[in-house]
Design a protein around this ligand. Structure first.
Ligand code: AMP
Length: 560
């Protein structure tokens, strides 16, 4: 049986799965009825792994857990979850595995492949780490799709054929992307794309925490409970309200003006990225037909103002803000399967980092090592292929190391090394220098193939790039699988009760007086009912508790 056509938005704070069906994409829900699944992991009191909403609840209550690991994808960072040590791609694999299982329950069939989105700005190591995460989760990735491109597909497919220049500005939890596209006749062409992999809504929360702590002259708190309060306060201020944060004995009042002042350096970074993308795409202020804001943190009015000012057009908050990237991914899965309803749409993309090799040049009798020689320049429309000729440095030289780098710096030491190929069959020629042609081919999913031809012999080598130490070799993969298998999963049928319990527990910590007592009392009754295992009495008490929880949440102005 073929896999359903599924798209996954693997976000820093939240993830989402959508399925393609008859020309449209539909978000799928978890057992709690939520479409947005927090990209968070925690161990519960029994040491069981929980993924998603429950994990986020526990972290918000100040208990240990793991979240915001996406920005570390492709690095050697080790993360701790209880006694378990995980690499960032393993943590992402656990989220992907949960999303896969959830989609399978909703669709009643095995989901074996998916289009997975990544920030356009992700380089090769992060893309490889994302692919590794999918392998560990038992998913084959049909395509890694850039997030803004996914958003544009959702628009391009669903909004007719008028030629338009569209800016997609995506501020998620941990990453910022801006992509400028041209949509015409069902073609989505990426004109420019740039961003910052370490700039997102969470940095604004950090800035707010730091600002408030400075004002209260205390050390910035680092616990999950305070962070949740700060997040809540940020949202209130962003929707035009005021909020307070309690820091020791000091109550700090937060308002729009303070948030702006504390976040000014972050806003300057947003501006720099937008200007750079406009420069790359050769679009001036006023040259946009539409400017769309996507990603959870696009709800901050600050972003809309900056975008509107720089682009010379009012930026719109995309409808269905949280789902647009995931929907685009599912539509792309439909496109991949050459579904008739989408056959008119073609998508191109651009390279976001220059790719090239290291060379040694002779200059004035000196040999200059460590030079970066670009082959595919950033901004090149994908898929793309380009080749370049290199000469042996010395006559009689029979081998050559071709190292592959990604980046913009003149010296390779300042760029990212992707791998190396050794060519050892260059004919020994004492009379002349020998030449090799190095071809780079890059497909739309962000993967690079390097092939090399020795000019004099015509011998071609189709060689895979030697992987960097960060990607998983088969033995690493086995070890990672074992580490993941060591995590016991929380029984699924108990999840809705568990979520309610965690949420009620957190609310107890946020309330006081009679309300707190009331909640505490109901929570105790709920625990007692769960202890008995009697379905009817659990159900009865759960309903009462749920009602109180909803009431308290409304009073506190909390979202689910
Ligand atoms: P995403 O990864 O796209 O789900 O984005 C999540 C980010 O959006 C988090 O950093 C949130 O703090 C931020 N966010 C979500 N809702 C709001 C809101 N109403 N106001 C400000 N920021 C928000």
């Amino acid at each position: 049986m073929t896999s359903p056509l599924v798209g996954i938005d693997l976000g820093t704070t939240n993830s989402l799965v959508c399925v393609y069906e008859e020309g449209t994409a539909r978000p799928l829900t978890d057992d709690l009825g939520h479409t947005m699944i927090p990209s968070a992991l925690a161990l519960d009191d029994e040491g069981h792994l929980t993924v998603g909403a429950i994990a986020r609840e526990r972290m918000a209550a100040g208990l240990p857990g793991l979240a915001r690991f996406k920005p570390f994808m492709g690095t050697d960072r080790t993360l701790s979850l209880g006694d378990h040590r995980l690499r960032p791609e393993e943590a992402s694999a656990l989220v992907l595995r949960e999303l896969k299982a959830m989609a399978e329950r909703r669709l009643g069939t095995t989901v074996s492949e998916a289009v997975v989105t990544v920030p356009a700005w992700f380089g090769e190591p992060q893309r490889r780490a994302t692919l590794d995460a999918a392998v560990l989760a038992g998913l084959q990735v049909t395509q890694l799709l850039n997030e803004p491109t996914a958003a544009a597909i959702a628009y391009g497919v669903e909004q007719g054929d008028d030629p338009q220049v569209v800016g997609v500005i995506d501020l998620g939890g941990g990453t910022f992307d801006i992509t400028i596209l041209e949509l015409f006749d069902g073609v989505v062409e990426v004109m420019g794309s740039t961003g910052d992999t370490h700039l997102g809504g969470e940095d604004f929360t950090d800035a707010l925490i730091r600002g408030a702590a400075e004002q209260a002259r205390v050390q910035a708190p680092t616990d999950g409970a305070f962070r949740a309060a700060a997040e809540h306060a940020k949202r209130r201020v962003c929707s035009g309200g005021e909020a307070t944060l309690q820091l020791g004995a000091t109550t700090v009042t937060l308002d729009e003006a303070r948030l702006r002042a504390w976040c000014a350096p972050l806003v300057a970074r947003l501006e720099r990225c937008i200007r750079e993308a406009m420069f790359q795409a050769k679009v001036r202020a006023g040259g946009f037909d539409r400017v769309l804001l996507v990603g959870g943190a696009a709800r901050m009015p600050l972003l809309g103002e900056v975008a509107s000012r720089l682009c010379g057009r009012d930026a719109e908050l995309a409808g269905d803000l949280d789902h647009v990237v995931g929907r685009g991914a599912a539509l792309q899965a439909g496109l991949h399967a050459r579904h008739w309803a989408l056959s008119e749409v073609l998508v191109t993309d651009v390279l976001t980092h220059t790719l090239g090799t290291s060379t040694t040049r002779s200059h004035g009798g000196m040999e200059l090592y460590d030079r970066f020689s670009p082959i595919l320049s950033r901004g090149t429309t994908l898929p793309a292929t380009a080749r370049q000729r290199y000469w042996t440095l010395r006559k009689g030289q029979t081998f050559m190391d071709i190292e592959v780098y990604e980046g913009e710096a003149r010296h390779v030491r300042d760029n990212t090394r992707l791998g190396q190929i050794t060519i050892d069959d260059i004919p020994e020629n004492q009379d002349d220098h020998e030449a090799v042609w190095v071809r780079f081919t890059h497909d739309v999913s962000g993967l690079l193939v390097v092939d090399v031809e020795v000019e004099s012999t015509g011998k071609t080598h189709e060689l895979a790039i030697e992987r960097t130490g960060r990607s998983l070799r088969p033995s690493d993969l086995e070890a990672a699988r074992r580490r993941l298998a060591a995590l016991r999963i929380h029984p699924r049928e108990l999840l809705p009760n568990k979520f309610l319990w965690e949420r009620a527990n957190r609310l107890v910590t946020l309330t006081s007086g009679p309300l707190r007592e009331h909640l505490d009392h109901q929570l105790t009754a709920f625990e007692a009912a769960m202890e008995t295992g009697d379905a009817d009495s659990i159900d009865q008490v759960r309903r009462l508790l749920q009602r109180t929880v909803t009431q308290v949440q409304d009073e506190l102005g909390m979202e689910l």
